[in-house]
Every structure is written in C-alpha cells, then in structure tokens.
Write a protein that binds this ligand. Structure first.
Ligand code: KG4
Ligand code: ZN
Length: 338
C-alpha cells in the first residue's frame, strides 16, 4: 500500500507544499515572496505575514494537483527549523491543526537534512541516488556544511562556515553591485558571459574542513570602492566579468575543502544540495570531477535545490518509515541542531 505524505516548508521566504506517494512527487508548489526584493534581504515580519496569506491556497492547490483528498493523507511533515521563528511558526501551527483535524501523525523535519534527502526523490529525471556513506556539500543562504551522510538517519557535519554562508556571499556580493535580492541566481546568469579570471580575489585561510566567506565580501567592497572612484560606471561596464570572478572564487573555495574531505574520509561518492547547488558553475565543477574519473557525483534536479516542500515530504517519509512522530506540543527551533 502506498503512503501519502503532505510536506510543508515555511522556514524562510518561500511557502511551499508538496504531496508525495512514497518517494514519488505528485505535486510540489512554491509561492515565492517578491516583497523582499527591494530590501536587499528577507524581512522576517513581511515573510511571516506572506506565509499566512499563502499557506492555505498553496496546500489546497498541491492537493488538487496531486488529485489526493486530504483524508487520504497518512501524515503531515513540516519544517520545524532551522529558520526564521515567525515563518516557522506559520507552518508549525498549520501542520498541528491540520494533523489534529485529520487524526493523522505529524512529522518534524530539519530543513538542512531535508536538502540532503532531496537527493532521494524518485522521478524520471532523477533515477540515480547516492549510496551510503557519501559526502554532501550542503550550501544554502544560511548554511555551508560538509556532511558525512551514513544513512538517512545518521548525518555528521564534518566542516562548516565560521561566518557567512556561501549563498550569503553570493547575495552580499550582488547587493554591493546593486543587484536585487536574491543575488545568487543573477550572479550565475551574468557569470556565464564573463571572464572568471578577470578580477582575482583572495582565498580565506581557514584550518581543517571549515569555510569562511566574510573576507570575500570585504575585499569586493574595497575593490569596488577604489574602482568606482576612478570610474563611476565601473560596475556597469564590468558586470559580467565581476560576476564570473566572484562566482569562480566561491566555487574554488567550496571545492578545495570538498577535495580535502574526500581525501580525509576516503569517500568518493560526492553530492551537493541546497540553494547554491542550483549554481551552474558549481554543478559543472562537480561534473568535471566525475568526467576526470575522480568522483561519482550526485546533483539534485534544479527544482529540488532551492527551498521546496518536496524535500520536506521525502524527509518526512523516511521518518514515517520509523514511526518517528512529533507530539502536539512540539516547538520550532531557529539555529541548526543535528
Ligand atoms: O536553500 P535555499 O533556497 O534557502 C535557504 O535554506 O537558505 O538557498 C537560498 C540561497 C540564496 O542565497 C540564493 O542566492 C542561493 O541560494 N542561490 C544561488 C543560485 N540559486 C539560489 N546561488 C548561486 N547560484 C544560483 N543559481
Ligand atoms: Zn534551504
């Protein structure tokens, strides 16, 4: 018999609902919030208000698209952290009342684990899944981690950023260049037409498997300040080369530690996950390692990289198999915990 799970994601600025039949997606809808564009980042108050407006229509539409009646659902899985408290509370409160009304179990999902579980969604375009153990570079707007994944239930963070996340580096660099939020996808697009060696930026010196991205932001800021003094149109004239150089720098930093992790653990099954894994340069860099015969690589389908509820639903499915259900008094958490 099939298991039908409703997944709900509301940890940041995307309201998303998905319906899963075992590991297959029946529907995966995301309502983005445009309200943050002009603020250079997510405004928590506006995010939670938009989640409140979006959550019912998004879930209703997901169920309709999946052609599933709510009474057919076996469980409701929802993100309970890490994320913005106000945003998480909207998903948590909805999930509690929905599960209670339907008399079905609730499943709490760790957003960062779900990014990794997205690699196990089964569909026509994602037929190959990583074997255990594998290493996953989980790169998003709030986190940058190298995770040793031993099973769906056992994940160990063996390296992480000591300051900014990789997605934050993309977004802050874009903001300095006057691009709207989120800047990552825009840098990606401009970078495709630019020279990655045009402007060399320094690499951080951080020990072990940890990362640092705050220095990059500062060097871009000072570099552009100096250039703009001589030519106020410097950014406009060099946008593609700047984007390509910044992107290349971030990818080199990410790849260097990933190589070190692969050497230290002896694991050659390497995956990427999280919003920044949508970056075309990072996907290509990983693919090149496979072509060179070094690694076997696993890259999620584009729509499972940035925040989505399909990943929450599959994470919920793994917990459903273990009957790992949450009590009604469960509360969200804001900072990463394993
Ligand atoms: O996983 P995600 O959707 O949300 C969080 O959990 O944070 O990641 C969002 C981050 C943002 O920083 C965004 O700029 C970045 O992922 N991102 C990208 C690309 N698409 C999204 N960064 C670089 N290139 C992209 N194509
Ligand atoms: Zn995310």
């Amino acid at each position: 018999m099939s298991t039908f799970i409703l997944g709900i994601e509301s940890s940041c600025d995307d309201t998303s609902a998905a319906v899963l039949q075992d590991r297959k997606i029946l529907a995966n809808l995301v309502a983005n919030q445009d309200v943050h564009k002009n603020f250079g980042g997510v405004v928590p108050e506006l995010a939670s208000r938009a989640h409140q407006q979006n959550i019912i229509p998004v879930i209703d539409n997901a169920l309709k698209q999946a052609k599933i009646h709510k009474k057919q659902l076996h469980a409701v899985a929802f993100t309970n952290g890490p994320g913005l408290l106000g945003s998480l509370l909207v998903g948590t409160s909805f999930a509690k009342s929905f599960a209670l009304a339907l008399g079905i179990p609730m499943i709490t999902v760790n957003h960062m684990h779900a990014h990794i579980h997205a690699l196990f969604i089964e569909d026509e375009l994602q037929k190959v899944h990583p074997p255990f153990p594998f290493l996953c570079l989980t790169v998003s707007g709030g986190h940058t981690q190298i995770v040793l994944v031993k099973s769906p239930y056992s994940m160990e963070v063996i390296g992480q950023t000591i300051d900014d996340a990789a997605g934050e580096a993309f977004d802050k660099a874009a903001k300095i260049m006057g691009l709207p939020y989120p800047g990552g996808p825009l840098i990606d697009r401009h970078a495709n037409l630019g020279n990655p060696d045009a402007f060399p930026f320094p690499h951080p010196q951080v020990s072990g498997l940890d990362y640092s991205f705050s220095g990059l932001k500062t060097s871009i800021l000072y570099f552009l300040r100096d250039q703009l003094k001589q030519d106020p149109a410097f950014i406009e004239k060099n946008l593609q080369d700047l984007a390509a150089s910044i992107q290349s720098n971030i990818i080199q930093i990410l790849m260097k530690k990933l190589h070190l992790a692969a050497r230290q653990t002896g694991i050659q099954h390497i995956a990427i996950a999280g919003g920044v894994s949508a970056n075309s340069g990072l996907r290509k860099a990983l693919q090149e390692e496979e072509t060179a015969g070094k690694w076997k690589v696993y890259i999620p389908r584009f729509e499972y990289c940035t925040d989505n509820a399909a990943m929450i639903a599959i994470s919920g499915y793994f917990k459903y198999l273990q009957k790992d259900f949450a009590p009604l008094d469960t509360v969200p958490f804001t900072r990463y915990q394993s």
